[in-house]
Design a protein around this ligand. Structure first.
Ligand code: URA
Length: 363
């Protein structure tokens, strides 16, 4: 996790910083953003506390507004010149520790010259500054996020693209699961599949996807085509993915049932039958994020992993990032509402959209 320290002066740039914080919180975990070191215990060496807080960060953002350079206290003395000024101590400490320091200019502020700064801050002028304007805030902030993501190690849940050999191996393994599913004559839904000339629906997407979506069961459209999420729910899923800059082919999409059960909920024996197939998909793809769509998929994952949340309801758990482990490494389970639930409700759709925003942490 990249930790980001935001250094600023309240009287100078508070409005901008609030907006910047909210923007960064959509791309990085809130726990990774530090703004105010305000829980300094009585008697503690506050310079040391500030230095330790700076030491814990990967990126240090120094927000410089129009009065940053000149703000003075009630006696008329410039704040930056005072030995106990938090802003100065933090910046000096970040420079001293050779952190990635990004001066961010707001409110048309200009970068000061070394002669205008105390000696321990002079090196700040050599750090390339970034301008965040009010009018183009989202555009500028997006560029800042991209710069941070490029400069510091990505979230550990980010998976680099695999080499062609890994991809080939995974494609072959997925094909073997698909073949087994086609021949799964012992499935409780096999007879129904054959009678109606339906196809089984293993799922589709990137064989090495970082995010695996698990829905409930293919519908009639999906069973007729042998592909998951191609009806109205699929349209919602595609819209949500687009909203966070992803395409269907960047992720993998499957279900807890791999055959159409008819227009009803999955039965326990059906869920039990397909579980080993879904587990094989997880083992092959090795996603770092498993996003469950709806209550059935959520319950399946939380029970399989025996997580403390396993008896929770989707109304409480949706949008949570539940960190856990699989044999291949750390993963997050992210319960989401099923796209079908939001089809006729704008407010539910907004909730789903907000929950999808959390997935941006992993892309
Ligand atoms: N609903 C699901 O849960 N899965 C699909 O594939 C389609 C609709």
């Amino acid at each position: 996790m990249s930790r980001i320290f935001i250094n600023y002066r309240r009287q100078d740039s508070e409005g901008y910083v609030g907006r910047l914080y909210d923007y960064l919180a959509r791309h990085f975990e809130r726990d990774a953003l530090f703004m105010d070191v305000d829980d300094i215990p009585p008697g503690a060496d506050f310079v040391q506390v500030l230095e330790e807080a700076v030491a814990a960060c990967d990126v240090f953002i120094a927000v410089i507004g129009p009065s940053w350079l000149t703000l003075a206290d009630e006696t008329g003395a410039r704040r930056l010149d005072q030995w106990n000024d938090f802003v100065r101590i933090e910046i000096a400490s970040a420079l001293n520790q050779n952190k990635l320091v990004i001066p961010v200019l707001v409110g048309r502020a200009r970068m000061p010259s070394p002669a205008q700064l105390p000696d321990d801050l002079a090196a700040l002028c050599r750090r390339n500054a970034f301008e965040l304007s009010h009018q183009r805030f989202s555009y500028d902030a997006e560029k800042l996020v991209a710069a941070i993501k490029t400069a510091v190690p990505a979230h550990p849940s980010f998976k680099p693209r695999p080499d062609s050999e890994t991809l080939r191996r995974k494609e072959a393994a997925l094909k073997a699961v698909r073949d087994d599913l086609v021949g799964a004559t012992e499935s409780p839904l096999y007879a129904f599949r054959i009678e109606n000339r339906y196809f089984p629906v293993l799922g589709e997407g990137h064989p090495d996807a970082n995010i695996l979506f698990i829905g409930e069961a293919p519908g009639k459209n999906e069973a007729a085509a042998g592909r998951p999420f191609i009806g109205p729910s699929g349209d919602v899923l595609a819209e949500m993915l687009r909203g966070i800059g992803l395409k269907r082919e960047d992720v993998f999409v499957t279900n807890v049932l791999l055959d159409f059960p008819g227009k009803r909920d999955p039965l326990p024996e059906e869920l039990a039958f397909y579980a080993p197939f879904v587990d094989r998909l997880i083992d092959i793809i090795q996603p770092r994020v498993i996003a469950t769509l709806g209550g059935f998929a959520m319950a399946y994952m939380l029970k399989k992993l025996d997580l403390p949340e396993k008896r929770g309801k989707i109304g409480q758990l949706h949008g949570k990032l539940i960190k856990t482990r699989l044999p291949y490494g750390e993963i997050h389970v992210v319960p989401l509402y099923h796209p079908a639930v939001v089809l006729y409700s704008a407010s539910q759709k907004d909730l789903l959209r907000q929950d999808f925003e959390k997935l941006k942490l992993f892309i």
